[in-house]
Design a protein around this ligand. Structure first.
Ligand code: PMV
Length: 334
């Protein structure tokens, strides 16, 4: 193995799924039930520095300058344990993360966070991984992070089987899209607060108790195939229609869980009404929502300003994103 560098830093961006990841078949290995497909954003980067500390007895981590404790630190340590096991190292690390997106608000902070951590930690511990290997590793931190390794549009393969077979076969890779697609995502932040139910708990409850889960997972397979061909054709109308039905279906599965999980708020529904109105006025605009009340509106780049204006009074903050870059190493040996 390569000699371990003392430290490394990396940057990664969040991604928003157009075909959702919702439900695991293996919680330990973070293996999903279905394939998912996302757009990596050019906004809200996470920058992470990992420095090895020969003298430390425990890992330490700071998020935006604040010392991490409890569950957050436990997740980071568990992730570093995986990296150490592969690198044959027992050296502890100091992690410094700068997030520009609200944490735990369904704005994919865990995707950019674990993609950046995987990239920086792999380099710091001297692991040489190709892009698929990095995606597999990031997956273990947070499933959706597997997709943030790649720029623009990425498909995360659910893979097959369990154990090592499952681990090896479940990673993301880039998927082609026509340049003419010219997509933008207008993000209406209706509430940047931390969600009450984690996506992990909500997925578990949905898979175990929702009578709608099986049918959604089955239809999501068809949605994925339709989405891939719509991307290649550059057919934004089809991309939007498929993304919106897939997301609404995902929320339907959790609303039918016992007890129900509801992330959508009155402000979410107001934004959805505005999206409908935009379509009635002839603007291509389609909504998608994740594990939180915020709405991301897919539209043409040329319409993004009009879409932002239409949803602004219903949202606290509106940010327009375009397809963005994959995770990238910034510096090594520092
Ligand atoms: O943040 P994670 O990896 O626990 O998963 C969140 C899943 C959704 O954001 C709701 C959907 C997706 O595919 O990103």
């Amino acid at each position: 193995t390569a000699p371990a560098a003392r430290g490394a830093s990396a940057v990664a961006h969040p991604n928003i799924a157009l075909i959702k990841y919702w439900g695991k078949r293996d919680e330990q290995l973070m293996l999903p039930v279905t394939d998912s497909l996302s757009m990596t954003l050019d906004v809200f980067p996470t920058t992470t520095h990992v420095r090895l500390d020969q003298d430390a007895a425990e890992d330490r981590a700071a998020l935006n300058g604040e010392e991490a404790t409890g569950e957050t630190l436990r997740r980071i340590t568990a992730f570093l344990d995986l990296v150490r096991a592969r690198a044959g190292s027992s050296v502890r690390a100091v992690v410094d993360t700068r997030n520009t997106v609200p944490t735990g608000a369904g704005l994919a902070s865990s995707a950019s966070g674990f993609a950046a951590l995987a990239t920086a930690a792999a380099a710091a511990y001297g692991l040489r991984l190709d892009a698929a290997g990095l995606s597999r590793l990031a997956r273990r931190g947070s499933g959706s992070a597997s997709r943030s390794v790649f720029s623009s549009f990425a498909l995360w393969h659910a893979g097959t089987g369990t154990g090592e077979e499952g681990d090896t076969s479940s990673y993301a890779e880039p998927v082609p899209a026509a340049d003419s697609l010219d997509a933008a995502l207008v993000i209406a932040v209706v509430n940047a607060g931390e969600k009450a139910v984690s996506s992990r708990e909500a997925m578990r409850r949905t898979v175990q108790t929702s009578p709608l889960y099986g049918p959604w997972a089955a239809s999501s397979r068809d949605d994925l195939a339709d989405m891939r061909s719509a991307l290649v054709r550059g057919d934004l109308k089809a991309v939007g229609e498929i993304a919106e039905r897939n997301a609404l279906g995902m929320h339907a599965t959790m609303l039918a869980a016992r007890p129900a999980v509801r992330y959508l708020s009155p402000a979410t529904v107001t934004v959805l009404d505005r999206v409908l109105k935009l379509r009635q006025d002839g603007v291509l605009a389609y909504a998608t929502m994740d594990a939180g009340p915020n709405v991301k509106v897919l539209c043409r780049r040329a319409d993004a300003a009009d879409v932002a204006d239409a949803v602004r009074d219903a949202a606290g903050t509106v940010v327009t994103a375009r397809p963005g870059p994959g995770a990238r190493l910034l510096a090594e040996g520092v």
